[in-house]
Design a protein around this ligand. Structure first.
Ligand SMILES: [Zn+2]
Length: 133
């Protein structure tokens, strides 16, 4: 089957396992969380677009990135490819953010952002790729 999109989106968990590293699979497909402070994009200051590690969809502009001090890459706004849904796991009511294109879990969004948007998208670095430009 020919895919014209940027990257083909796997259609089964077997394909996802083949495409992603075990850590990426745990986060994107099983809603895991990476250890704070370990993400390789945490301190990335280059200009460009943060994309979904699962499918390549553009998720966050580098303009939206800020240092939240939490140990996870943080953004104050998202592109239209980022969806939101309630997450009541772990006895908390939070808002999960996910990639609308492939359904991959990214992290959570909170209403305590320090910038004028008031939003803090707290995202796993492993769920992201980076495209310069
Ligand atoms: Zn995706």
């Amino acid at each position: 089957m020919e895919h014209k999109s940027v990257e083909a989106v796997p259609c089964s968990e077997v394909e996802w396992k083949a495409k992603l590293t075990p850590d990426q699979y745990r986060i994107l497909r099983e809603k895991g969380t990476e250890v704070a402070g370990t993400g390789k994009l945490l301190h990335n200051k280059e200009t460009g677009m943060y994309v979904c590690a699962g499918c390549g969809a553009g998720l966050f502009s580098s303009d939206a990135k800020f240092d939240s001090g939490t140990g996870w890459p943080s953004f104050d706004k998202a592109t239209e490819n980022v969806g939101r849904r309630p997450d009541t796991r772990q006895g908390m009511v939070r808002t999960e953010v996910y990639c609308k294109k492939c359904g991959g879990h990214l992290g959570h969004v909170f209403d305590d952002g320090p910038t004028k948007t008031g939003k803090r998208y707290c995202v796993n670095s492993l769920a992201l790729g980076f495209r310069k430009g």
